[in-house]
Design a protein around this ligand. Structure first.
Ligand SMILES: [Zn+2]
Length: 513
């Protein structure tokens, strides 16, 4: 069986999703989970974008050992130097350098002739090879490039030292058959192509990103670039989870496999969704809430008699737990610890005490505690900034149909002191948010507020997502609690803390691929 490398770009292309703004701590949490998931390559960011981006990529490169860490660079020495600074201490420093090759991009964006573009590409790869053992070169907008020109530039960048050639469908334009033909053409017309691996990078503008990626595999691509939950520019990138599961379920057809730990898929999807604030649609393949729900009576009857009648993927394959009770209020500290270790959490003693207390509190109040509840509780801690920030203390809300809603809130400041304030609003949530604004006066504007339940039932946990606008940045926050008002307050405090952390964040340069 052919081995397909999974190249995850959640932290680079995915981070360019509108409304997504991850800080260094959040990126590291996602990178750790991607490592557990077994992705071959993690594209951790674009180091030349800002000193903050560089530092985040550096931290990931230093910590992650079982996946290769790479960073994106334009074809300039400055970008390549920034990437080297970020990646030089990684297990296998790898650069991802790109240049546009389509007439429209060369003429209007680069303002270069085709020969000048070849010269720039070759020089940048040669320069990168002096530092990096592995250089991946991408032909931006490959799908709208002149094919003989594409073959010529690829031959020369391989000669210059590139060992992975990526052919992105940057604008999400191609059909699977056409995208497959592009790979075939390159394999047939680039004389030294055997010295490089071919890679696919697809966007979902026409809903064909995953199909195009699979077509690339059929036509010789050995690496697929994709993102968790299909995040990415515009309509997003190909979904990692769909590609991973398609390769596993249809391995006999594709005669190919990946080294993904599929049982980590559901948790990875949840973590990315919580941290980015982008929820997963219920009907999304593999990770949507309804992906394994059989609604029609005929289907239910079939599945009860024999699962494979209507079920080609088992929930267990991707780590979706059954709704059975996993731990209860009589579970001890030891059982709790070993259970959360299985979920990838390694708390210190102090953190374990806090988590265990929260678990006991929750177990007292909620009839049935599912794996989803426990994971939500753990995520609540995972998403908090690593440095002491403001914490929600007491919350009291007074609401009556004939009263003005009033909130009284206590916040614990990073220095340990407590501040208290009261405020009103036209509704309970607004009263809470007005009060918090008085306590932490920042010029933020609430752009979005969403609430959903974790699992089902009247006593289900509430998960609230908020999106704040601060100057020209958008900042997400989320909070989970059994009470919707408490979850709302937590989400807002979470977003305010992130805003405070972001205040000094520098200007970003954005690139697309
Ligand atoms: Zn892209």
């Amino acid at each position: 069986m052919r081995k397909i490398d999974i190249f995850d770009t959640t932290l680079r292309d995915g981070e360019q999703t509108a409304g997504v703004n991850l800080n260094a701590h959040e990126k590291l949490e996602i990178a750790r989970q991607l490592e557990r998931l077994g992705v071959d390559v993690i594209e951790a960011g674009f180091p030349a974008a800002s000193p903050g981006d560089l530092a985040a990529v550096k931290q990931i490169a230093e910590e992650i050992k079982n996946s290769t860490v790479t960073g994106l660079a334009r074809s300039t020495q400055k970008d390549i130097d920034a990437a080297w600074e970020a990646l030089k201490d990684s297990a296998e420093p790898r650069l991802h350098v790109f240049l546009a090759t389509s007439p429209i991009h060369m003429t209007y964006k680069l303002k270069k002739t085709p020969d000048e573009v070849i010269e720039t590409a070759v020089q940048s790869v040669k320069y990168a090879k002096q530092k990096f053992p592995v250089v991946q070169w991408s032909a931006e907008d490959a799908c709208r490039s002149d094919l003989p020109f594409l073959a010529k530039i690829i031959e020369q960048v391989i000669e210059a030292g590139a060992s992975i050639i990526n052919l992105p469908d940057t604008v999400g334009y191609r059909s699977p058959a056409e995208y497959g033909q592009l790979f075939q053409y390159v394999r047939e017309h680039v004389p030294n192509i055997h010295r490089a691996k071919l890679s696919a990078h697809c966007h979902d503008d026409l809903g064909m990103a995953v199909a195009n990626s699979m077509a690339a595999i059929e036509n010789g691509a050995d690496q697929i670039e994709c993102a968790i939950n299909g995040l990415g520019e515009r309509a997003g990138n190909a979904s990692l989870e769909e590609i991973g599961v398609a390769l596993a379920i249809r391995s006999s057809f594709y005669q190919a496999e990946s080294r993904l730990e599929l049982k980590e898929i559901s948790r990875t999807s949840s973590l990315v969704s919580r941290l980015t604030g982008i929820s997963v649609p219920p009907n999304k393949a593999v990770v949507g809430k309804n992906a394994f729900a059989h609604e029609s009576g005929i289907h239910q009857d079939g599945v009860l008699k024999e699962k494979s009648t209507y079920e080609i993927i088992t929930p267990e394959l991707v780590g979706v737990s059954s709704n059975s009770l996993v731990l209860g209020k009589h579970s001890g500290r030891h059982a709790f610890r070993s259970h959360i270790q299985k979920l990838g959490f390694e708390p210190g003693e102090e953190q374990l005490n806090i988590l265990f207390k929260e678990f006991k509190d929750l177990a007292d109040r909620k009839k049935e505690l599912t794996e989803e509840d426990i994971f939500a509780l753990l995520l609540e801690h995972k998403i908090q900034p690593p440095v002491p920030m403001y914490q929600l203390g007491d919350l009291q809300v007074n609401y009556g149909t004939n009263n003005i809603p009033t909130a009284t809130i206590t916040l614990k400041a990073p220095d340990g002191t407590e501040i208290q304030e009261a405020g009103t609003g036209s509704g309970s949530v607004e009263a809470i948010y007005n009060t918090l604004d008085k306590m932490l006066p920042l010029p933020v504007h609430l752009k979005d507020y969403r609430i959903q339940s974790v699992g089902s039932g009247r006593d289900a946990l509430a998960q609230v997502y908020v999106l704040l606008e601060y100057e020209d940045q958008e900042i997400n926050g989320s909070g989970t609690a059994q009470d919707v008002l408490q979850a709302s307050a937590k989400a807002y405090v979470h977003a305010l803390n992130k805003t405070i952390m972001n205040v000094q964040k520098d200007e970003l340069v954005n690139v697309s691929l």
